[in-house]
Design a protein around this ligand. Structure first.
Ligand code: NAD
Ligand code: TYD
Length: 353
């Protein structure tokens, strides 16, 4: 029986990772540590919360003594670290919170693992989940590879880049067994409706404007969250110690084209006339420091570990829309209270349901 710590397991990606590990590995004890910020939601885990090999612990990775105690209460064999502040727009408003959680929180976990494993690293692994945003922005051509120089532009990506450097440094300096993955934009169920796709789904349902930053020509490489969880499973078990793997969907979309595709899927699902939802598209003020284009070269993980995405974008997007339409109560819960304040601050208008 192995004991694995997953941090941020109540969030969007973390809940899919916890679900996959608890279900597929009954021989693992999965401890999910999450602070339950606005982005963490135990409703994301109802399918597995009663399983014997699953335990939830509420706690904050910025609290070093709490983290050290947790590592002495449990003998962790591995850590999969996803807890983070994850939204670029929030990082522009409050950078320090991103430094605290993403940098200090990560260093607390590294220290605790180093101390608990005290040089005996046999069978141990510290897996840091990171983003392609650390590489900065691409022009109209080219891809991010594992050798692309870090060049972060937002407080979010700067904090993630910093945490990646610490994880690499603990490997190089102390021999801590680590792996890092840098993944492109995820989409799917449990995604908080401050990010482009769930925000547009929620606004379409409520006939609200769909805010497109700038000219809408910004490009992202989208990956279905279940495929990211599969990649994490693959790299956790078979990735090479000390290695970095880029994860992506080979699936680039300009924001405006993506939102138009989403609108046409939702016209059909909601029985609206073709073109109805697209009328909600509204161009708004651009995000400061907005990265033009992200595109991942995911050949290494494919070649060395055999991972590739399992669904096309159209299939994944349709599954995602179906989930949101079937889970209106989930959306209602997460968009009550503090969400309205955030929305008003970000988009300068009231938001009623
Ligand atoms: P999320 O914001 O949905 O979830 C983050 C989780 O971390 C939440 O459950 C939150 O409660 C928890 N958390 C935040 N601060 C904490 C703290 N101080 N202590 C303990 N728990 C805390 O984020 P996500 O989109 O699921 O991203 C998960 C990880 O994957 C992040 O590290 C992010 O940088 C990375 N990532 C995300 C994407 C993406 O497209 N969403 C892409 C690549 C990488
Ligand atoms: P987002 O989902 O915030 O992810 P990230 O910034 O990590 O890539 O944004 C995806 C793209 O959509 C990005 O180019 C910004 C853009 N965007 C909008 O045009 N309008 C919005 O309201 C939001 C939230 C994002």
């Amino acid at each position: 029986m192995k004991t694995i710590l997953i941090t941020g397991g109540a969030g969007f990606i973390g809940s899919h990772v916890v679900g996959l590990f608890v279900t597929n590995y009954p021989q693992y004890n999965i401890i999910n540590l999450d602070k339950l910020t606005y982005a963490g939601n135990l409703e994301n885990l109802t399918d597995i919360e009663k399983k014997e090999n699953y335990t939830f612990v509420k706690g904050d990775i910025t609290d070093a003594s709490f983290i050290n105690q947790l590592f002495s209460d449990y003998s962790f064999d591995g850590v999969i670290h996803l807890a983070a502040e994850s939204h670029v727009d929030r990082s522009i408003t409050n950078p320090l919170e991103f430094v605290m959680t993403n940098v200090i929180g990560t260093v607390n976990l590294l220290n605790a693992a180093k101390h608990a494993w005290s040089g005996n690293f046999e069978g141990k692994r510290f897996y840091h989940v990171s983003t392609d945003e650390v590489y900065g922005a691409l022009g109209e051509t080219g891809f991010f590879t594992e050798d692309t120089k870090y060049d972060p532009h937002s407080p979010y990506s700067a904090s993630k880049a910093s945490s990646d450097h610490f994880v690499r440094a603990y490997h190089d300096t102390y021999g801590l067994p680590i792996v890092i993955t840098n993944c492109s934009n995820n989409y799917g169920s449990h995604h908080f409706p401050e990010k482009l796709i769930p925000l547009c789904i929620h606004n379409i349902q409520n006939n609200k404007p769909l805010p497109i930053y700038g000219d809408g020509k910004y490009t992202r490489d989208w990956l279905y969250v279940v495929d990211h969880a599969r990649a994490i499973d693959t790299v956790f078990h078979r990735g090479k110690n000390g290695d970095i793997y880029n994860v992506g969907g080979f699936n680039e979309w300009q924001n405006i084209d993506l939102v138009k595709l989403l609108c046409s899927i939702m016209d059909k699902k909601l029985g609206r006339e073709e073109g109805t939802c697209a009328k909600l598209i509204t161009f708004v003020k651009d995000r400061p420091g907005h990265d033009l284009r992200y595109a991942i070269d995911a050949n290494k993980i494919n070649r060395e570990l055999g991972w590739s995405p399992s669904v096309t974008f159209e299939q994944g997007l349709e599954k995602t829309v179906d989930w949101y339409l079937a889970n209106e109560a989930w959306l209602k819960n997460v968009t009550s209270g503090a969400y309205n304040k955030y929305y008003e601050h970000q988009y300068g208008q009231g938001h009623t349901q």
